[in-house]
Design a protein around this ligand. Structure first.
Ligand code: C2E
Ligand code: MG
Ligand code: MG
Length: 591
């Protein structure tokens, strides 16, 4: 069959009919192709739209319209900027208007509109102008996509980069940026501005004792309290760990600022309930003014930090302002560190010994070795002035080893003199306790000195033990096996878990001086001391009260059933020679 004979339009009809049929075919084909195109288009875009020359929507089709609750009837006949909740950024609007005025196509114009339920839909549209045969503008037509998910994801990524994930507060980078902007505002307005550095007190103890989940929860609560406590114009950021930064704009004078910082601390210090326990967590603040204390954001924050350190040293839970003496102090610390290093090598360290006596009989039951530094030109420096620094700078390990050796050698000398020597206690700090070499050092020093079991005792604070309670328990076991006694020092100043306290092979609990100070009396101190003594006895521990200075305190402690006392009343820390004289005359209970 030939083509001619089978095609009706070409073979059997007159020309006009053939032409008509031809045009119908063409139209059908066109319509078909348009449908195909539209359905393909519909796969890649969400909407197809047309606008008239005035910018009113006159055609709108596509999926998602109903899904999103965007009824075409509500949109038709309106310009997009008249739609509910229309919003677009200034630069996007500007680009769009330029294209419209010049009658040029536009691409990727981002805007948002509101759904009837109030939620925003983010839309990205592209379009091109349509002209009549004379070149007059008929309108625009184009496509659009729902980019809500993309926009929200991008916003979230941006937020995560600038805000702390745990607390939602600005992170260090974002805080410094806001600080820089605030500095320019302050320069223009002439209003005083200040930066605060806030560090939570003893946060590490809570974290170590209750676990990281509780620590995180605590940080979140504190962040919320801070945000609520500052004014709308002020900024709170999280610098990391338990450190927060504060930005006080138009903060007034020192007096004003101090009052506000103290109010903030008061809010922070309200009890917090975590894991069925109630806590009070305080904070230490340092403040620096712009521009007096620093002309750039880093310096300001650094100086606020230095001022915060002074607050920590003064006993925490307070406020300090930066001043130039703090810079001088940093220098002084550096000097102390290097002279201490030399002092250790030159033999400037020495031990003093303080008696612990029976609360009833006054018999000597023990000694505590307390470190001193005979610093040339400064006299005897107490440990509070150099131990924290030594801890911080990694000097505590060699110092600690020296103390162990020195104490063991001294014990050996007294024993060689035929003196009956009670147990001697050494203080062990956090870093030392974390040192894997500690057991070896102890074992070796004890062997060299030929000490019997029970002659040496270690004093460890609650926070040191609770930092890693399981590890502490294992280590204490091994120490106990070596014949080393264990005492828990400064009890009451940290957080102890009673279940662990029971599992530590400790023999003694030392009640911190701060509770003894309030004795005798009807206040909290007496109640606390009484409770601690009852607790210790129920766990089979002997109780030593620290810092007993008056006879009245001694009587009160006796009344409360305290076993031993240590303090200026019964003997100050003294050099080894004086101890020898005392041992020769005193009624001693040997180790
Ligand atoms: P600590 O172990 O609680 O020692 C008791 C502190 O109280 C000693 O201070 C002692 O002199 C003082 N003290 C004793 N009785 C009284 C009193 O009646 N009234 C008053 N106000 N104070 C009294 P010191 O010698 O200045 O030692 C302070 C801290 O330094 C010690 O507290 C201990 O934590 C640490 N330390 C001392 N020697 C060493 C050491 O060799 N190594 C380590 N890592 N730390 C040490
Ligand atoms: Mg001690
Ligand atoms: Mg103590």
């Amino acid at each position: 069959m030939s083509t001619e004979s089978t095609h009706p339009a070409l073979t059997t009809a007159p020309i006009s009919r053939a032409l008509q049929a031809q045009s119908q075919l063409t139209q059908t084909a066109l319509a078909c192709s348009e449908r195909r195109l539209r359905s393909l288009l519909a796969l890649s875009v969400d909407w197809i739209w047309e606008q008239d020359a005035e910018g009113r929507i006159c055609e709108l089709s596509g999926r998602l319209l109903e899904d999103l609750g965007l009824q075409p009837e509500l949109l038709l006949g309106r310009r997009i900027d008249q739609l509910d909740g229309f919003e677009a950024s200034e630069p996007a609007l500007h680009q769009f208007r330029i294209a419209a005025v010049a009658r040029r196509p536009f691409r990727d114009f981002d805007f948002q509109v509101k759904r009837p339920d109030g939620r925003a839909v983010h839309v990205r549209g592209s379009g091109e102008p349509v002209f009549d045969t004379q070149g007059g503008l008929l309108g625009y037509r184009g496509v659009a996509r729902d980019v809500t998910a993309e926009v929200l994801a991008a916003r979230e990524a941006n937020r995560l980069a600038r805000y702390d994930a745990l607390t939602g507060l600005p992170n260090r980078g974002q805080f410094l940026q806001e600080l820089t902007r605030a500095m320019s505002r302050s320069k223009r307005s002439g209003h005083a501005m200040a930066v605060g550095f806030l560090d939570l007190d003893r946060f590490k103890t809570v974290n170590d004792t209750l676990g990281h989940a509780a620590g995180d929860e605590l940080l979140r609560v504190m962040a919320t309290r801070l945000r609520k406590a500052v004014r709308e114009v002020d900024t709170v950021g999280r610098l990391g760990g338990d450190e927060f930064a504060l930005l006080f704009e138009a903060c007034g004078d020192r007096h004003n600022l101090r009052r506000r910082a103290l109010a903030l601390l008061e809010t922070l210090g309200q009890p917090i309930h975590l894991h069925e326990r109630s806590f009070m967590v305080t904070g230490s603040i340092g403040l620096a003014f712009f521009p007096e204390d620093g002309e750039d954001s880093d310096t300001l924050l650094m100086h606020a930090d230095a001022a915060m350190y002074r607050t920590k040293e003064q006993g925490r839970n307070g406020v300090n302002f930066y001043d130039a003496s703090l810079a001088a102090r940093a220098e002084r610390q550096f000097e102390i560190e290097s002279t201490l290093r030399m002092g250790l090598a030159r033999g400037e360290l020495l031990l003093h010994y303080q008696p612990k006596v029976c609360a009833r009989s006054g018999r000597l039951l023990g000694l505590e070795a307390l470190l001193r530094w005979n610093r040339p030109g400064h006299g005897l420096v107490p440990p509070s002035e150099f131990i924290p620094l030594a801890e911080e700078r990694g000097l505590i390990l060699p110092i600690g080893r020296w103390v162990i050796r020195q104490a063991c050698e001294q014990l050996a000398r007294w024993r060689a003199q035929g003196l009956s020597v009670p147990p001697l206690a050494l203080n062990v700090s956090a870093h030392q306790f974390g040192d894997p070499g500690l057991l070896d050092d102890l074992g070796q020093a004890m062997r060299l000195a030929g000490l019997p079991a029970g002659q040496l005792e270690l004093e460890l604070t609650e926070s040191v033990l609770m930092a890693e309670p399981e590890r502490a328990r294992r280590l204490l076991r091994r120490m106990a096996e070596m014949g080393v006694r264990i005492a828990i020092d400064d009890f009451g100043t940290g957080y102890s878990s009673l279940s662990y306290l029971k599992r530590f092979p400790a023999r003694t609990l030392k009640i911190d001086r701060s509770f003894v100070r309030g004795l005798p009396g009807k206040g909290d101190d007496a109640a606390i001391v009484q409770a601690v003594i009852a607790l210790a006895h129920s766990l089979g521990l002997a109780v030593v009260a620290e810092g007993v200075e008056t006879d009245a305190q001694l009587q009160a402690l006796r009344g409360l059933g305290c076993d031993q006392v240590q303090g200026y009343l019964t003997g100050r820390p003294m050099p080894a020679a004086e101890v020898a004289a005392m041992l020769a005359s005193y009624d001693v209970q040997p180790a």
